[in-house]
Design a protein around this ligand. Sequence first.
Ligand code: NAP
Ligand code: GLV
Length: 323
Amino acid sequence: MVVFLTRVFPEMERFKTLEALGVTLRVEERDGPLPREHLLRKIRDVDILVCSLAERIDEEVLNHAPALKMVATYSVGYDHLDLGALRTRQVWATHTPDVLTEATADLAWALLLSAARWVVPADDYVRRGKFRGWEATGFLGVELHGKTLGIVGAGRIGQAVARRAPGFGMRVVYTSRKRKPELEERTDARFLPIDELLRVSDVVSLHVPLTPETHHLLDRRRLFSMKDGAILINTARGPVVDERALVEALRSGPLFAAGLDVYEREPEVEDALKKLDRVVLLPHLGSATRETRGRMTAAVVESVRSFLEGERPPRYTIQELLE
Ligand code: NAP
Ligand code: GLV
């Protein structure tokens, strides 16, 4: 069995333990997206592919991978995997749910606090020697206490973001496909249809997966229907928001600020966004803590191990493949 890693991941020694099961590990010694033509060339004799969210695994890749039996993505999101094509070829696919929930929720709050309080431009102000003493009118931000946080997609991460809100004195409203009684009980969260949520929320944080239904879920109409002075946080996937409309909503619409970890045409970032100092831009860091990345590696290794040991379905198989 050949196990191919499209890049190096944290705690690589965990992958080495698979060699005791007789597999050949082949690792692309880089940390960055593997160019498509390399992937197509290198996958021909691969049995198990360990990839990241930056590699699209579709019909074309599968056509180049006659031996492929399993794809283990080092991410919870799996919009980069063509599940239909994988199912047709009977290729298992696994992901890394749960282990990155708290880290991603923390990052959503980091973006929220930074966007609300001008943290990034104020840091730059100090570094550039512009701080001459306390000012009464500089960098006036938005207070969070007593405000309403709207969660769009109350799954693992959405709920973890909501659980942090009472600590900041914020009310929680949420929208999802199904109601979440446990969340309502723990945080006093109120379920609202999305359009109403957008009208009443001071901060909106996105946590839906990218699917055909959630593509441009926040389109121009919805962005312009948001509350005056609202803040939008996106740690989900870029195409959930119409990014060009977002720029307009920040320039001349109701939005005060935005905090983004993901982009519509990732890794490209709209120049117009870069020019707005009310937008905090991060390079897709949601799960990037040492602890979480270690747990993600452990989860991927466990998935591969369970497949090799004949478990059907392997540990962490993507739920949709089982339905
Ligand atoms: P999850 O537990 O599956 O939660 C997603 C929730 O979205 C589900 O609970 C589902 O609601 C809801 N949902 C799905 N389609 C919807 C729709 N059309 N309208 C409203 N709600 C909908 O997933 P998760 O672990 O929280 O992760 C969420 C996403 O975050 C991932 O898919 C990934 O794209 C992103 N992510 C990003 C980073 C980062 O580095 N920035 C890190 C991790 C994850 P129901 O339960 O009501 O069906
Ligand atoms: C990150 O975006 C993930 O889906 O794990």
